[in-house]
Design a protein around this ligand. Structure first.
Ligand SMILES: NC(=O)c1ccc[n+]([C@@H]2O[C@H](COP(=O)([O-])OP(=O)(O)OC[C@H]3O[C@@H](n4cnc5c(N)ncnc54)[C@H](O)[C@@H]3O)[C@@H](O)[C@H]2O)c1
Length: 285
């Protein structure tokens, strides 16, 4: 099936990046968020990112305009999802939000449309059960920033058909990504390994082992990571990071995934990282 139109639900950190990559691959994109303001903000972020590419000589102004013209901001889900061959959900990492969206998308989309979630750690099988097309529900996990990071995890729930996996793998490749296919288990591959490491970095900070800067410097220089785990958590969003750790803790019922109280406190205080201007570190506007 040749995909022509994609709907991205959620225009935040991940959604705007995924929409940009899809439009750059030549697809028409509707970018849905809960208000006009949020949806338009997503398109503005894309235009800003592409302006940077034009300034660096990596893209012509005509190409930029063509990419932006393929993206329509929407705050009406019926308009956004109608006509879409493939939907990528990138709403907040809360199961109740995802279940509500999947049930509504199931009503609004054509029967053959694939519904994918960009969740960091939540169950694709559970989302599929909220629809009447469980075989067409799949995980499509991009990484931050979606414009740059090559990996896409394609997550097959026990309900996902091989055809749906194949369509998703083809879409990831068309978007210039390297897909890795896996069977659904909590945290998939990357989150399962990365989230406990980030959590441990928060414990090290809380216990006064070293400053945040020194923990990040040690992990960058000692393991050749491009950024330290605390900086990475700020970049991902501390709410998203905590939600992933909580999912591992709950799903495996194993105390090795217990969330660090320092991380919990920062999230409760609304210090969610770069997106709110403060997390472990402080950021300018
Ligand atoms: N941040 C990361 O590094 C990262 C990486 C990979 C995957 N993810 C996953 O991607 C998803 C989105 O994360 P994010 O970091 O972009 O979050 P975000 O907070 O930056 O953006 C979420 C967006 O969803 C919108 N939204 C709220 N309710 C909605 C609804 N009912 N329908 C549609 N949109 C709604 C919000 O207004 C916001 O614009 C989460 O499941 C997260 O776990 C995040």
């Amino acid at each position: 099936m040749a995909l022509k139109q994609v709907c991205v639900c959620g225009a935040g950190i991940m959604g705007h990046g995924i929409a940009q990559v899809a439009a750059m691959a030549g697809l028409k994109v509707s970018l849905y968020d809960v208000s006009d303001e949020f949806a338009k903000k997503g398109v503005d972020r894309i235009a800003k990112q592409l302006n940077g590419q034009v300034e660096k000589g990596k893209m012509s102004a005509e190409e930029r305009d063509a990419v932006v013209s393929r993206i329509t901001p929407r705050s009406d889900l019926a308009q956004a999802a109608g006509g879409a061959d493939f939907v990528i959900e990138a709403a907040p990492e809360k199961m109740e939000v995802k279940l509500d969206l999947f049930a509504r998308l199931d009503q609004l989309c054509e029967p053959e449309t694939v519904l994918a979630s960009n969740t960091t750690a939540l169950s694709i099988a559970e989302m599929s059960a909220a629809t009447k097309r469980p075989d067409k529900v799949v995980g499509m996990h991009f990484f931050n920033p979606a414009q740059v990071m090559k990996l896409v995890e394609v997550i097959k729930s026990p309900n996902t058909s091989d055809e749906t996996v194949a369509i998703t793998v083809d879409l990831a490749k068309a978007m210039g990504k390297t897909p890795v296919t896996l069977n659904e288990f909590p945290g998939f591959i990357v989150t399962r390994i990365l989230a406990p490491m980030i959590n441990e970095a928060f414990y090290a900070l809380m216990e006064g082992v070293a400053t945040a800067e020194d923990i990040d410097t040690a992990m960058k220089l000692g393991t050749n990571f491009p950024m330290g785990p605390l900086q990475l958590a700020d970049f991902m969003g501390l709410d998203t990071t905590l939600a992933a750790i909580r999912t591992l803790n709950r799903e495996f019922a194993d105390s090795k995934y217990r969330p660090c109280p320092l991380l919990v406190n920062l999230v409760r205080a609304g210090k969610l990282g770069a997106k709110t201007g403060e997390g472990v570190y402080k950021y300018g506007k």
